[in-house]
Design a protein around this ligand. Structure first.
Ligand SMILES: Cc1cc2nc3c(=O)[nH]c(=O)nc-3n(C[C@H](O)[C@H](O)[C@H](O)COP(=O)(O)OP(=O)(O)OC[C@H]3O[C@@H](n4cnc5c(N)ncnc54)[C@H](O)[C@@H]3O)c2cc1C
Length: 393
């Protein structure tokens, strides 16, 4: 019997498993693909204090610090580098929005200031003359999401985690004497379906927690999935050194090998059912994002696109994550739909481990803003009771 089964091997599931195992728990981690091959291996790698949702900021700051020193907790370097962060505005309306948002962040401790266009161009000479204002954080950064799966696998195995990769969880049953039987489907490697007993369970499967919560009778929760896209250019001479964002539109950075990464979720449809989610590349959408990119960094005008990729993100109606006990199901927990989840991931996993091990966490993770129960208030109101009664019957 494992102390806990963790479903989903993205950065949140892997970090939780790692810190729980190091704390002495017997952990099994089940991942239907490979470790960190969905959002956690496809994201744009930005570590920034500037665009995380405000209730997440208190987790983003220490999360970012953990990425700066992965050797100490992961035992490997994953390409972290510091870079100045600039979120830029071209119009008066964008500038007002930016100023309001950045001041709020600065008030809660983020080292962010609002600067004019000229100062922004001093910091980043590659920036367009048309930028009129910017939010500036001197200590933003970047880490390579494509480098994380291997080090996590090595660290998890060294910590004694039972790893089941390429094995989907297909259901969960409660055991008569307490705990759960996690039903693991057959593997692509020919492995047979098995039942894995565990005292507790943590769902860390991003937008896929929607059908998983169904297994506990919590149906039709308002969780949606949407594709987020990264566009990769050919290699270029060094043109910028900062991490850029154009207010609410795209993020932009030049990687160590000279390619530019342009990230954005804009223009892609929402999905209720993650199993029906398909991504269709829309050339117009790519062209539009490139136009914004070259408007921001003129050196990009003549560059060519090498490739694009997408990853899935789970969203709740208030854009805050689901973190905490699954309502009405003792010993079951969820941690999913985390905006800026790359940045917060290691720290959130550490806090989850401290919480479930009964230690005093460095700071509370199960806060009302993240409470999964709030989703019922939002969409279902009194129907929640009805659904729960139906389930009991
Ligand atoms: C393109 C893109 C760009 C992004 N850019 C940034 C950024 O620059 N900075 C930032 O901070 N954040 C960024 N994000 C967000 C960040 O990547 C995510 O918030 C974070 O990776 C979420 O981690 P996770 O572990 O919750 O989810 P995931 O990494 O999606 O992991 C969930 C895992 O659950 C597994 N799973 C699903 N169903 C099952 C099942 N039935 N059985 C077993 N396993 C299952 C999946 O295979 C998957 O591996 C970006 C996201 C995307 C997609």
């Amino acid at each position: 019997m494992h102390d806990i089964a963790i479903v989903g091997g993205g950065v949140l599931g892997c970090a939780s498993a790692l810190f729980m195992a190091r704390g002495g728990m017997k952990v099994v981690l089940v991942e239907r693909g490979g470790l960190c091959m969905e959002a956690s291996g496809r994201n744009a790698g930005t570590l920034t204090l500037m665009y995380a949702r405000r209730p997440l900021l208190q987790f983003v700051i220490p999360g970012k610090e953990m990425w700066e020193d992965t050797r100490s907790w992961l035992g490997a370097d994953v390409g972290h580098r510091f870079a100045p962060g600039l979120e830029v505005a071209f119009t008066q309306a964008e500038a007002e929005l930016l100023e309001r948002e950045m001041k709020l962040r600065a008030e809660i401790g983020a080292p962010i200031e609002v600067i004019g266009g000229n100062r922004a161009r001093e910091i980043e000479p590659g920036l367009s003359e048309k930028v009129i204002m910017a939010g500036y954080c001197a200590v933003d950064g970047f880490a390579g999401s494509n480098l994380i799966g291997g080090p996590f696998r090595a660290a998890l195995l060294a910590a004694g985690v039972t790893l089941m990769e390429a094995r989907p969880v297909v259901g969960v049953d409660r055991r008569a004497g307490g705990g759960f039987d996690v039903r693991v489907g057959p593997g692509r490697d020919g492995g047979e379906a098995v039942r894995v007993p565990a005292r507790r369970i943590l769902l860390a499967a991003n937008m896929w927690v929607r059908p998983m919560l169904d297994w506990f009778g919590l149906r039709d929760l308002p969780i949606k999935g949407r594709a987020n896209q990264v566009i990769v250019t050919e290699r270029m001479r060094p043109a910028i050194r900062s991490i850029l964002r154009v207010v609410s539109q795209i993020s932009l950075k030049q990687t160590n090998n000279g390619t530019f990464l342009i990230g954005s979720g804009a223009g892609y449809p929402w999905f209720d059912d993650p199993d029906q989610a398909v991504i269709e590349l829309k050339p117009d959408n790519v062209v539009n994002k490139l136009a914004i990119a070259s408007h921001t960094v003129p050196a990009l005008r003549d560059t060519r696109v090498l490739r694009t990729w997408h990853g899935w993100e789970g969203y709740t109606p208030d854009n805050l994550p689901l973190v905490g006990p699954i309502p009405g199901v003792p010993d079951a927990y969820v941690m999913a739909c985390m905006r800026s989840g790359w940045t917060t991931g290691p720290y959130a996993g550490k806090l989850m481990a401290q919480t479930l091990m009964g230690q005093t966490p460095d700071q509370a993770l199960f806060i009302p803003e993240f409470d999964p129960a709030r989703l019922f208030e939002m969409e279902f109101g009194p129907n929640y009771t009805l659904k729960r009664k139906e389930r009991a019957a």
